[in-house]
Design a protein. Structure first.
Length: 362
């Protein structure tokens, strides 16, 4: 049993079941035993591989997007180029290298900001980015960023923020909680208290017993904070994650450990715990702030920004083995069977600004 599992079981035995959201927050960010605070999640030796870790082309194309966002604002300086949830710092490293080529001086004139919740990962990012041009500063939250126009990106950030779950029971909808079964093992169950029907989607009252609905107050609060910043100071935001463009019912909480699915209650703190991002809910928040929102799939986004051309350029002077590797990377990032369709992109700008690869009438 993991140390965190024992601690959670004791807590539940003493104080009663905890919400799925509190369970997820403990598993990911417990200061002593949380997944992101203590473990090395990324890469072959870790638990999962993210797009920037698959290919440098991902960060290069996101850099092209970021540069267009700045150009569309008439190139203000000072400005802040930020990433939230930078993991190992690979995306920002690839972006800074590309931006430095696009426009010498940009990365030293812009403020480079990284927002990271895990001190351990922040140290890793520092190591990774220390030698490059464009020196980042670390911030604990969006509210602490300098008050300048802001271009902000985040890859696989929202899926790591906790969700609440509700479950339909014979006596109505209840918060889904983590409690203990008769043997003292962690188990999902329906909580005692009813919930405000306003939180439920249209048609929820007709859902069958056992149906599950998710909402993510932490994601929505972050989206609201970023939207308010863009309204106040100008800027643009780009978020990439796996999830859905339309709202719906369903349990999407999943644990991943060593590149395989794990039982979400089996190894608290030792498995990554995520849930699919409801892009519809995030888009609605940005729109409520009067902002322009575009969504698409990761595949369409990357191909629209020139993924195939970039792979061709990198491959032109390379040997056949390298070209084969590049073809594989394109397939993993953009192929419909791989990340291309499952991963979605949300682009937020001020009203009237539409950035590549989104067509003006799109
Ligand atoms: N973007 C990286 C890492 C994704 S994993 C990549 O694509 O490889 C999620 C990252 O978000 C981790 O760095 C995690 O510590 C960070 N994170 C999670 N919640 C956060 C929050 N509320 N604020 C800032 N960073 C957060």
């Amino acid at each position: 049993m993991t140390a965190l599992k024992e601690r959670l079981a004791q807590l539940i035995a003493t104080a009663g079941p905890i919400s799925v959201s509190d369970y997820m927050a403990s598993c990911l960010f417990d200061p002593d035993a949380g997944y992101y605070t203590t473990r090395e999640p990324f890469g072959v030796a870790g638990d999962f591989t993210t797009a920037p870790e698959i290919s440098q082309m991902f960060g290069e194309l996101v850099a092209v997007w970021a540069y267009s966002a700045w150009a569309a604002m008439d190139r203000p300086m000072p400005m802040t180029l930020a990433e939230i949830g930078p993991g190992r710092g690979t995306l920002m490293a690839d972006m800074l290298r590309t931006l430095d080529r696009l426009d010498t001086g940009f990365v030293t004139r812009a403020r480079i900001a990284l927002i990271e919740a895990s001190p351990r990962l922040a140290a890793l990012q520092n190591e990774r980015l220390a030698s490059g041009r464009g020196r980042p500063t670390w911030f604990s939250e969006i509210g602490a960023l300098p008050a300048t126009p802001l271009v902000i990106v985040g890859n696989e950030l929202f899926d790591a923020l906790p969700v609440r779950q509700f479950v339909r029971t014979a006596s109505g909808w209840r918060e889904r909680v983590v409690g203990l079964d008769n043997d003292g093992a962690l188990r999902f169950m329906a909580g005692a208290a009813g919930i405000d029907p306003a939180l439920l989607p249209h048609g929820a009252m007709d859902a069958p017993e056992g149906a599950i609905f998710e909402t993510a107050p932490a994601r929505e609060a972050l989206m609201a904070g970023i939207s308010a910043r863009i309204v106040r100071d100008g800027g643009a935001a780009l978020f990439i994650d796996y999830g859905h463009l339309r709202p719906g019912l369903g349990d999407t909480l999943q644990a991943v450990r060593k590149h395989a699915y794990d039982d979400a209650l089996a190894n608290p703190g030792e498995a990554d715990l995520t849930s699919h991002v409801d892009f519809f809910a995030l888009a609605r928040i940005a729109q409520a702030h009067g902002l322009e929102v575009r969504t698409t799939t990761q595949g369409a986004f990357l191909v629209g920004l020139g993924l195939l051309e970039r792979a061709g350029a990198l491959g032109a002077a390379a040997d056949e083995a390298t070209r084969e590797r590049l073809r594989g990377e394109v397939e993993r990032l953009a192929g419909p069977e791989a990340m291309g369709d499952l991963f979605k992109v949300l682009c937020v700008t001020r009203k009237g600004t539409v950035l590549p690869p989104f067509a003006a009438q799109g």
